[in-house]
Design a protein around this ligand. Structure first.
Ligand code: ADP
Ligand code: MG
Length: 565
């Protein structure tokens, strides 16, 4: 076993030499009981950074077991990552150049399962990226030792070695996460699809900032919808329970409708204390649906919504490389249902009008036989009544929807009112005069079987799959655009999705349906995020976060080389 002195000696020896000589420091070094693994060395100063791990034995870390039992583990790991990040920032405050070179993938407003920290009963491991320092292409050995030497152990150990003074903060952190999960799991038994606690702050600073808007109007449930949910550590929590069924969010423009819907959409994730959305919890199977002109569709059965196209195309196996607003929205719904969604969220702002509604006048002018689209308004009830798929819909303009709603909440200057009774009255007294456009009431969707995912180019080389920011995955020369996925949160999730895509063929053994494919990928992801990757055993990608099934499925559905049977 090598020591830090050995590392110092090696770095001294290669100081000033060409960058490639950094390869010499690959290996494992001991400092006290802790280990530094230098797993991967970048090829040149501008290549993706090097990867290292620091492993601290639990005998030294001394983390009480209750902090990482069962689902608390994800929360504890997330917190330790934040501690490491904070330590890096404070340790290198006076050396911003060095600070930039040491990176850990940490969470922001939400807590996700991440690969940058792993806690086991035997050890805690922190995975970091390092840009090994150079002057031009010459190795800066002394600087490298300043990053990789004792100070790295210090930064990590200070974070992961249990400090009794932090016990309260740490338990509160894991208890919050546990109760958020607890509420989410109890929603179905309570007949609810979403919950928004009183006092929540839903508005964000801006479109680009996920931080709470200062001085925002706090959420308060209308009395008729107030429920009290029991928790394990936080007593009863009061707020608005949104029952299964069809719910509308109405109100004037700029009164906070989309803000409420967006909070529910992100309620599939657990938020950190102080975020304002800690107790906004929605069903695990919530999928935000929108129109997404231009997306690719591969043999999706959208007949439930679109049939009798003038070109005679088969809408039971509808494919397109450039879908329209309505076909894309229909495909988004059918694909969500295929994976098991039980709650669809839609905002009129981002929906295709002709997909949502055909009013009485249009029905009079254009015969039913001439209109391929069965608008969502004519499906929304049977989706719920026959298939238990609920919808929450933001509606500002299309009042015909009052006929199909189980409840209607109104936003007025950011305050929520239950206007269900009044809405019924309005629907009765002002008739919409529209007729149902339903032709055939059968919701059919195939369990699509994946024929092939062609990940080789014309010269039979494997194409490279890589994530670029939050919303783009490059597959060879092709771009997979994920900007329609409003519940994709973190570019580390996108990286995981890219890894899954790159290694998809591994999971395509025999005849595999879409759903089976996702289940088998998730079995691996939930065991260990690295399992889906092609990294060598031991070498750990420290920059992955767990995506949801729905976003992974959406990326596969948009793959240029996907072929469905
Ligand atoms: P709508 O969808 O009804 O047109 P939005 O949800 O887009 O309205 O909200 C309009 C603006 O009001 C946004 O800038 C949003 O951040 C802000 N806002 C929303 N809810 C609140 C609130 N509770 N307190 C303060 N500002 C809010
Ligand atoms: Mg809006």
């Amino acid at each position: 076993m090598l020591s830090l002195n050995d590392l110092a000696a090696k770095l001294k020896e290669i100081d000033g030499r060409g960058y490639k000589a950094y390869k010499d420091i690959q290996g494992c070094y001991r400092s006290g009981d802790s280990l530094l693994y230098i797993d991967f060395i970048q090829g040149d100063p501008f290549a993706p950074p090097s990867r290292v791990r620091v492993r601290v034995p639990m005998s030294k870390a001394g983390l009480p077991a209750f902090l990482y039992q069962e689902r608390r583990q994800t929360a504890l790991e997330d917190l330790l990552i934040r501690y490491v990040k904070r330590n890096i920032n404070s340790h290198y405050k006076a050396q911003p150049g060095l600070k930039k070179m040491l990176m850990i993938d940490a969470g922001q407003q939400q807590v996700l399962k991440r690969s940058s920290c792993k806690v086991t009963p035997d050890w805690v491991e922190v995975r970091l990226k390092v840009e090994l320092p150079a002057a031009g292409r010459r190795i800066l050995g002394r600087q490298a030792y300043e990053i990789l030497g004792p100070s790295l152990f210090g930064v990590v150990e200070e974070a992961v070695v249990f400090n009794p003074q932090r016990k309260q903060e740490m338990s509160e952190w894991v208890y919050l996460f546990e109760d958020q999960e607890h509420i989410r799991q109890s929603l179905p038994d309570l007949g609810l699809v979403a919950f928004v606690a009183n006092g929540s702050i839903l508005a964000r600073i801006s479109g680009n900032s996920d931080l709470p808007l200062p001085n925002a109007v706090a959420f308060k449930s209308p009395p008729s919808m107030e429920v009290e949910l029991p928790t394990i550590h936080h007593g009863l929590i009061k707020g608005m329970g949104l029952p299964k069924g069809v719910s509308l969010i109405v109100g004037g423009g700029y009164h906070g409708k989309s803000t409420l819907l967006k909070a529910i959409e992100k309620g599939v994730y657990n938020h950190i204390r102080g975020d304002g959305r800690e107790w906004v919890i929605s069903s695990n199977n919530t999928v935000k649906i929108r129109a997404e002109d231009g997306r690719r569709i591969e043999k999706v059965d959208i007949k439930y919504f679109i049939d009798n196209l003038p070109g005679g195309e088969d809408t039971q196996q509808f494919s397109s490389v450039n879908a329209s607003g309505s076909t894309s929205q229909a495909a988004n719904i059918m694909e969500a249902i295929e994976i098991g969604s039980d709650l669809l969220l839609m905002d009129e702002d981002t929906s295709a009008t002709n997909f949502m509604i055909r009013d009485a006048r249009m029905q009079a002018l254009v015969a039913k036989e001439k209109e391929p689209i069965t608008p969502f308004i004519d499906r929304i009830r049977s989706l719920y009544e026959k298939h238990e798929i609920s919808t929450i819909l933001v509606i500002g303009g299309a009042g015909d929807y009052l006929d199909v709603a189980d409840r209607v909440v109104m936003l007025d200057a950011y305050q929520v009112y239950d206007v269900s009774a009044r809405a019924k009255e309005v629907a009765r007294s002002i008739e919409s005069n529209r007729l149902s456009d339903v032709k055939d009431d059968q919701l059919k969707y195939r369990n699509r079987i994946i024929k092939k995912v062609q990940l080789k180019n014309s010269s039979r080389d494997r194409v490279k799959v890589s994530a670029k920011g939050l919303h783009t995955i490059l597959v060879g020369q092709e771009k997979v655009d994920l900007s329609g996925l409003e519940q994709l949160l973190d570019s580390s999730q996108t990286r995981t999705i890219a890894e899954c895509l790159a290694n998809l063929e591994r999971y395509l053994v025999g005849r595999v349906s879409f759903k089976q494919l996702l289940d088998s990928i998730y079995e691996d992801l939930e065991t260990d995020l690295a399992q889906v990757t092609s990294y060598k055993a031991g070498v750990h990608p420290g920059d992955l976060a767990l995506p949801r099934k729905y976003e992974l499925a959406a990326a596969i559905n948009r793959l240029p080389f996907l072929q469905i049977e």
